[in-house]
Write a protein that binds this ligand. Structure first.
Ligand code: ADP
Length: 703
């Protein structure tokens, strides 16, 4: 028996493994594969998204240039072509356009002859001897007139006379250029006469009225006047004014106010630096403020210097550079775009389609282009879809972006087309961890699969254990049942056998004694037949094969009969069994034998579990539609936790002591089933040590 149970347990565990654990493992493995697959799909999607974004960024930056080109072309339609004679030309519309577009450094024009011209306003200074062209007649007349003044000033060193000479000349002259040229020696002589205040005033006059005049193609007088005034302020100890006039000079230079040649520009800058250096002593707040402003202006100048150098380099190398054919962007308005290195410096320009008159072109400012890319285009894309990025020059040098090493990430590289700077854009995104993938994969389908598996496993385990436990206890009950039933059979059979043997062998002589033996044998065989009835009924009821024969019955008679049989069986034990039945108890429709068995079982239990008590009460009550039979004992009682279970098959309550009372655990099960078959019910009220009352109520009409 024990072995059988073990086999059952193993079998159930095997089923559990085959039906739940194995599918769970398979599902789990599939889900895991799904996640890994999803991760690969995710990576592919991200890579594609990064590639698209990279291409979009490049297209956007291309568009940025294309837009500038488009606007430029519109401007050139309303402006005239530059005069063929100059290298640096002026044009107010283009100047304004250039100022609005920091991404464009300069504008150039190619004459049909191939001569390249630059827009003046984009250039901070010009090559030397660009303006060496003022040897007009006015100049030589002026030189002659001035000769006298020179003699007074340099030969005679008669400053007073020289001063009067120039001042008289000025009064007579109407020509601005001549007045300006004479004001310079006036200021110089005033300085020599140590008349600093006058000299400064003269320079200020020059600066205000004749700023752009030049003497002998030299520096614009405004520049000379401001530099000289600055120096004079220093001499008079007025550092603040010295700095202010320098500040003014530089800010004007920054606006390309003067047409400076390279050497003049260098002279101007070194002069300004000199003044700044000499004014170090001024600790005044205003001075410091001025110095700060000058420093910012000088920084801006440095940038413009680079732009200018680039343009001048372009101008210098134009014949070679322009021969290089460019690459046209698909959307571009330009005839061609070129990105190349000239003397080690990158230069990027567009040349527009040729007309009979010539060709326009623009030179781009690469750092502004970079700014636009990193501060506008990339952030705009990043807002839609976050990523890390790096902008590399020539595929190596980091121009901008994340300084981290992005090689562990999902990464794409987009190379700018040949007509744009030779940069490459790296976009990257961290790959998701397995956990993130787990939650994000296919809208969490794998998460649900996993949850299902876990729930399935848990439920399966719970039910399996539950069933195993139930089976085990049922098996134990069955085996207990068989052993107790065998015992119950054994003792009455033994006594019947012994007594019948003795009677058969005529060993009992006394008639009274013989009668006593017969009585005992009858009693024991009745007990046996009750037991057999119980077992047979139990198996019939369990299999649903028990037939009930309902008929009108006089219950009082029935109870009395069972009571007297029962009483006889325990006659020697000194029990008092009382019965109270109402006088006019109505007839009732029942299966007589079944109810007889019910009563017998209840009386037998009351007797068996009476302990020390020797009293049993049977009380019958009648209500309008039912009869109630109470079987009451004053014995050991039933613990509350057992009161529900005692009606279960094979259940034998109480401790070992109670179990020493003979029994099979099926009596109350049979009682309950029979009563239920009659449409009635059975209840128990019990208290440990005080006794139990079983109450059976049966409807009058039967089931
Ligand atoms: P058994 O053959 O063990 O008496 P029953 O089905 O008749 O089987 O009763 C089930 C259990 O209910 C008993 O083992 C006993 O523990 C308890 N029981 C039944 N009747 C009484 C009673 N009158 N007093 C105390 N316990 C009882």
């Amino acid at each position: 028996m024990h072995k059988k149970i073990r086999i059952g347990k193993n079998k159930i565990l095997l089923y559990y493994f085959l039906a739940i654990v194995l599918p769970s493992i398979v599902l789990g493995a599939l889900a895991f594969r799904g996640i890994v697959n999803d991760q690969a799909i995710y990576e592919r999607e991200v890579r594609q998204q990064l590639t698209e974004t990279g291409e979009k960024i490049i297209a956007e930056s291309d568009l940025f240039i294309t837009n500038a080109e488009r606007e430029f072309l519109q401007k050139t339609e309303i402006t005239g072509k530059p005069p063929a004679v100059t290298i640096f030309f002026e044009d107010s519309i283009l100047t304004e356009f250039l100022q609005e577009k920091p991404e464009i450094d300069g504008i150039f024009y190619i004459q049909p002859s191939g001569r390249v011209q630059l827009l003046k306003s984009g250039v901070l200074y010009f090559p030397d001897r660009t303006f060496n062209r003022l040897n007009s007649n006015t100049q030589s007349d002026l030189d002659k007139a001035l000769l006298k003044g020179w003699e007074y000033e340099y030969q005679d060193k008669n400053y007073h006379k020289a001063l009067i000479f120039y001042q008289d000349l000025i009064k007579e002259t109407r020509n601005d250029a001549m007045i300006a040229s004479m004001l310079i020696p006036v200021a110089r002589i005033q300085k020599k006469m140590l008349n600093y205040a006058d000299a400064i005033n003269t320079y200020r006059l020059i600066e205000q009225n004749y700023s752009h005049e030049r003497v002998n193609g030299g520096l614009a007088l405004g520049v000379i006047a401001l530099m000289e005034a600055g120096r004079l302020y220093l001499v008079t100890g007025d550092t603040l004014n010295a700095l202010q006039s320098t500040n003014y000079l530089i800010s004007k230079t920054l606006q390309s106010h003067w047409e400076l040649e390279v050497s003049q520009y260098n002279q101007l800058i070194s002069e300004c630096n000199d003044i700044i250096k000499k004014s170090d002593s001024c600790e005044d707040e205003h001075c410091r403020d001025q110095e700060k402003q000058i420093k910012t202006l000088l920084d801006e100048l440095t940038i413009l210097t680079e732009n200018t150098n680039r343009q001048l380099l372009f101008l210098n190398k134009a014949p070679v550079v322009l021969k290089e054919s460019g690459f046209k962007s698909p959307e571009a308005e330009s005839g061609y775009r070129v990105y190349m290195n000239v003397e080690g410096k990158p230069i990027n320009f567009s040349v527009f389609p040729e007309s009979v008159d010539g060709q326009w072109g623009v030179i781009y400012n690469l750092s502004q282009f970079l700014n636009h890319l990193t501060q506008t285009v990339i952030p705009a894309e990043k807002e839609k879809f976050d990523f890390q990025w790096q902008l590399l020059k020539e595929g190596r040098e980091l121009l901008s972006g994340s300084p981290e090493n992005l090689s562990g990430d999902i990464r794409t590289m987009s190379v700018f087309p040949a007509y744009m700077p030779s940069w490459s854009l790296i976009l990257a995104k961290k790959p998701p961890g397995i956990i993130t993938a787990f939650f994000s994969a296919s809208q969490g389908i794998f998460l649900y699969i996993f949850l299902l598996i876990v729930i399935g496993l848990a439920l399966g385990l719970f039910f399996t254990l539950h069933i195993i436990n139930k089976e085990l206890s049922l098996s134990k009950m069955k085996s207990d049942f068989i052993s107790t039933v065998s015992h119950e059979f054994k003792s009455p059979l033994t006594s019947i056998r012994q007594m019948s043997e003795m009677l058969f062998n005529e060993r009992i002589k006394k008639e009274s004694r013989k009668k006593e033996y017969y009585e005992i044998m009858l009693e024991q065989s009745e007990r046996l037949s009750h037991l057999i009835d119980n077992i047979l009924d139990f198996s019939k009821i369990e299999e649903g094969e028990k037939d009930f024969k309902f008929e009108k019955t006089n219950l009082t008679e029935l109870i009395n009969r069972v009571k007297s049989v029962f009483q006889k069986s325990i006659a020697n034990e000194g029990f008092s069994v009382s019965l109270s039945v109402p006088v006019n108890l109505p007839e009732i429709v029942i299966d007589k034998e079944a109810i007889q068995q019910v009563l017998y079982n209840l009386f037998d239990n009351a007797h068996k579990y009476s302990g020390e008590s020797k009293k049993i009460e049977i009380i019958v009550k009648s209500t309008a539609d039912s009869v109630e039979i109470n079987v009451k004992d004053f014995g050991i009682g039933i613990p509350p936790e057992d009161q529900n279970k005692i009606f279960n098959r094979f259940y034998r309550g109480g401790d070992e002591l109670t179990r020493s009372v003979k029994g099979s655990g099926i009596g109350l099960t049979i009682v309950k089933r029979i009563i239920e078959a009659h449409g009635g019910r059975i209840d128990v009220e019990s208290e440990i040590g005080k006794g139990s009352t079983f109450t059976v109520s049966i409807p009058l009409g039967g089931n």
